[in-house]
Design a binder for this molecule. Structure first.
Ligand code: IPM
Ligand code: MG
Length: 360
């Protein structure tokens, strides 16, 4: 019987992005060998800030089109201390997400075994959320400009774009995801008291799409009050949908509440599968620890779980998640972001050992 072959584009990017993607590719190969039913065909791309410094571009002009041939993209991180962040974001990450129309960004948050939430009163299973981030428009639409540079009347605008089509598709995605989870509960986050046009449209369309999902309960929160609820009453939340910027901020808070940004994964999905989806850890390039071998690879491993699920390899996805949980449960295998002394190598070897069915 021939194996299922998944074509993966691997873009390590900058800083620890390269380190955690390398660790993840190793783990993925072990999973494929263990399973026997599938394999990966990996192509690595050097698209990064280094490339930008050498050639003037983070990736080739037709880079996003090159990626269309793949089944999924595994991405590390982009960003460097000596290049402005808006150049790196628009030069690589958004230059992939937007043309490939990966409009649904999914960010699960859970306190993994052995990891301590900074919240004192979180009981087992109480903090178990999925944040759905609108990933194609809103505050990241890229509209705006600057005029009269250097003059007293210098002006700059960033215009948020909210379209009916964009809101409908992310709402439908979020309601469907909420419906697939045991609690069937969705919280719609906006700032519709202050932003009285686009955010009011969000509220209105949420109510419309809710009609299609009578079995899903839902409520609304203003984003500022949402931060309070996440901290004070985490168990009252399950699936959350918010705009591009609001969910960017809330997902950092969520990652911190789960114990470390070093474990938080994300998927940039094109749910219709017209284009490949992209999987990446939430954390950045972390130049302060780059090259020291102590980056936490768990976020990227969990990201790979999401990628395997997307590729239809449910059994391998479950196996990897169990291996990751077995490893986080052991405090000796915690990297410095979790207060431990373990290295990327130790965590990777332990996960590989757990996949192969050994403890050490
Ligand atoms: C994220 C990140 C990015 C974002 C940065 C790196 C530009 O914070 O994926 O959450 O804001 O989208
Ligand atoms: Mg962010």
């Amino acid at each position: 019987m021939s194996k299922r072959i998944h074509r993966i584009a691997a873009i390590g990017g900058d800083g620890i992005g390269v380190e955690v993607v390398d660790a993840c590719l190793e783990v993925l190969q072990v999973l494929a060998d263990r399973d026997g039913g599938f394999d990966f065909d990996v192509q690595a791309f050097d698209w990064s800030t280094d490339r930008y410094k050498r050639t003037g571009a983070f990736m080739p002009a037709e880079g996003a089109d090159q990626l269309r041939a793949f089944d999924a993209i595994l991405f590390g991180a982009v960003g460097a201390p000596d290049v402005p962040d808006h150049l790196t974001l628009w030069g690589l990450r958004l230059a992939i997400c937007q043309p490939l129309d990966q409009y649904a960004n999914v960010r699960p948050t859970r306190v993994l075994p052995g990891i301590q939430s900074p919240l004192r009163h979180v009981n087992d299973g109480e903090l178990d959320w999925v944040i759905v981030r609108e990933n194609s428009e809103g505050e990241y639409a890229g509209q705006g400009g600057r005029s009269h540079p250097g003059l007293p009347l210098e002006v700059a605008t960033d215009v948020s774009i909210f379209t009916r089509a964009g809101i409908e598709r992310i709402m439908r995605f979020a309601f469907r995801l909420a419906q697939s989870r045991p609690r069937k509960f969705l919280t719609v986050v906006t700032k519709s008291n202050a932003q009285r046009h686009g955010m009011v449209l969000w509220d209105q369309i949420a109510a419309e799409i809710a009609q299609e999902f009578p079995d899903v309960q839902w409520d609304k929160m203003l984003v500022d009050a949402m931060t309070v609820r996440m901290v004070m009453n985490p168990g009252s939340l399950d699936t959350i949908v918010a705009t591009n910027l609001h969910a960017d901020i809330l997902s950092d808070l969520a990652a911190a509440l789960s114990g470390s940004i070093g474990v938080a994964p994300t998927a940039n999905l094109n749910p219709e599968r017209d284009t490949p989806s992209m999987f990446e850890p939430i954390h950045g390039s972390a130049f302060d620890i780059t090259g020291k071998g102590v980056a936490n690879p768990v976020a990227t491993f969990w990201t790979a779980v999401m990628m395997l699920e997307h590729l239809g390899e449910k059994q391998a996805a479950d196996r990897l998640m169990r291996a990751v949980e077995a490893v986080t449960a052991n405090a000796e295998l915690h990297t410095p972001d979790l207060g431990g002394k373990a290295t990327t190598r130790m965590v990777t070897d332990a996960v590989i050992g757990a996949i192969r069915g050994r403890n050490k």
